[in-house]
Design a protein around this ligand. Structure first.
Ligand SMILES: [Mg+2]
Length: 168
């Protein structure tokens, strides 16, 4: 079995798109790092998660990946506050009973938190994938609409079943 880490925001749930829209409405400049951080820290994550759509039936796809017995799966998600971590864990647990959930404080990288070597990371953020590959892991870029990049690209988590990951 291959270790498979799956990002949450922008891969499982469409929180990136929804929160970017909220910031636009609140006139928050997304290049203003402290303002963005404050926005995410003050966000009501419970209601955000309840009202944000899942991406491409992600929770069902993760169940399929788990049932395939090809992967040892964990959800690896950056969090800006403890409240965000609690809300995400409670939300994910409603769908997935047997999947490990690892909240990572925003201040540290995913690569510092888990061992990336020979493990797969599915993430929508290229910065995370670059660090992951530097640490010996396999980066898979997720986007709702497929984009050309140097990474393996998927727009549906089920595509992982068809990848010959060992050759990557
Ligand atoms: Mg993400």
């Amino acid at each position: 079995m291959k270790n498979l880490y799956i990002d949450f925001d922008g891969v499982i749930s469409d929180t990136i798109e929804v929160t970017y829209e909220m910031m636009k409405n609140q006139k928050i400049d997304r290049t203003d790092v402290p303002a963005v951080r404050e926005f995410y820290q003050n966000l009501d994550w419970v209601s955000l998660l309840e009202t944000t759509p899942l991406i491409n039936d992600s929770m069902e796809k993760i169940k399929k990946l788990h049932d395939s017995e090809k992967f040892d799966i964990a959800i690896l998600t950056h969090v800006n506050s403890q409240k965000e971590a609690v809300a995400k864990i409670k939300y994910i647990r409603k769908f997935l009973k047997k999947i490990t959930i690892i909240p990572v404080p925003k201040e540290v990288s995913k690569t510092e938190t888990v061992c990336a070597e020979d493990s797969i990371l599915v993430d929508d953020y290229k910065g995370n994938l670059a660090e992951w590959e530097k640490a010996g892991g396999i980066g898979v870029r997720f986007s709702k609409i497929k984009k050309e990049s140097k990474y393996i690209d998927i727009s549906d988590l089920e595509e992982l079943l068809a990848l010959s990951i060992d050759k990557c």
